[in-house]
Design a protein. Sequence first.
Length: 268
Amino acid sequence: MTSADPITLFDRGALRLHRDRAARIGCVDFLHAEVADRLLERLDDVRRQFRTALDIGARNGALSRALRLRPGTEWVVATDPSPAFLAQGQGMRVAADLDFVPFREASFELAISALALHWVGDLPGALAQLRRILKPGGLFLAAMFGGRTLAELRTALFEAELTEEGGVSPRVSPAADLGDVAALLLRTGYVMPVADAETITVTYPDALALMRDLRGMGETNALTARRRTPLRRATVARTAALYAEGFGLPDGRIPATFEILFLTGRAS
C-alpha cells in the first residue's frame, strides 16, 4: 500500500486501543445510545421483519440486543474492532476491522451501524462490501458523523495550536458531507438510496469535560498522520479559553455539535 491509500488514513491499532480503553473505563455511551434509538425508529418505519442482521461497530452490544428482541429476528452478528467491547456483548460476535467485511455474499437481510463508519478509511469500498453481503432486497441502515461534527472544537483547537505551537497538526478526523454520502450510495449500487442529516447538540461545563467524554466514547484521534505527542498544557488551556470565548452560552456552558448522517439503501 502507498501512503495515498485511503485504508491508511487511520491507525487501526490506535483505533482498537482507544475503543478497548473506552470499554474498560466504563464507556460513555449516551450519544451512541440516542443514535441507536433513532435508527430503531427508522427501522420501525420499514414495517418488515429481518431474520438475519449484522451490527457493524457494535461497541457494547446495546443495538444488537435491541435487534434480537424484534419480532422475526433469528440471529444477529455483532462486529467491532475492539475485543474488549465485544466481550461485553452477547450472542455471535466477530472482531473485524471496519474497512473489511469478513462475510460471504448474500449473508444478511439487514446491515445496520450506529456511529462507526466515520472510522472507515475507504468508505466507498466499505459500502460496496456491505451491499454484497446483503441478500436481494436486504436493507442497509447506518448513522455516521457528518462534516459539521465538533465544528466548535475544531476551530478552537486550530487557533490554539497555531498560537501556542506555531503550527497545526491533524487532531480531529475528517468527516463526510451529506451530499457526498448520498452520491456514494448511488455509486456503490444501492437501490432507493436516501441520506439525511440531524443535529444533536450537547452542552458541557467546559472544553475539558467534552474532551474527557470523547475519550470515554473511544472517539479520540486515531489519524495515522497525527502528532504522537499529547497537546501541551498551554495549548489545552488556550483551547478551553477560545472555546468559551467564541461559543460560550449565557449560562456559562459550551455547546458541542454532532451532525448525524443517516444512510438508507437496499440491495438489488
